[in-house]
Design a protein. Structure first.
Length: 132
């Protein structure tokens, strides 16, 4: 049993049912968001490693100026992107780092300035002694 803010007891089953209800209500929203992002003229794509209960996962993202979608997946590459279902249907400009998995999709590609800047800073710091 869990206690609420007001001191009432709530069973684990009730908490589970509330979670399932919310999940089911959001399924339509998730489908519509993925369709909206798939139809965007320009969208940014990225992924970053994370740990959940000491196990490695990948947090994938797709975003525009107005919408963002996140999904956790056990894989980083094309299998994950196919499972998520945005990039396989995307026909706009996909902005991303220079990772080869993105180039397996038939769309226009643009490179993310933040990723490019990070690479240039690395090159400058790594090879600065050659230029002094």
């Amino acid at each position: 049993m869990s206690k609420t803010f007001f001191g009432h007891s709530i069973s684990t089953g009730t908490l589970y049912n509330i979670g399932q209800y919310a999940y089911n209500q959001l399924a339509t929203f998730e489908d519509r968001l993925k369709a909206l992002l798939s139809a965007a003229l320009v969208a940014g794509f990225d992924e970053t490693g994370m740990r959940i209960m000491a196990q490695g996962f990948w947090l994938h993202s797709c975003s525009t100026d107005h919408h963002t979608y996140y999904e956790v997946h056990a894989k980083r590459g094309k299998q994950a992107m196919d499972d998520i279902g945005i990039l396989p249907n995307f026909e706009g400009v996909a902005v991303h780092d220079f990772w080869k998995s993105y180039y397996r999709y038939v769309c226009e590609h643009g490179l993310c300035n933040a990723h490019l800047l990070r690479e240039l800073i690395f090159i400058k710091e790594r090879f600065a002694y050659y230029y002094t």
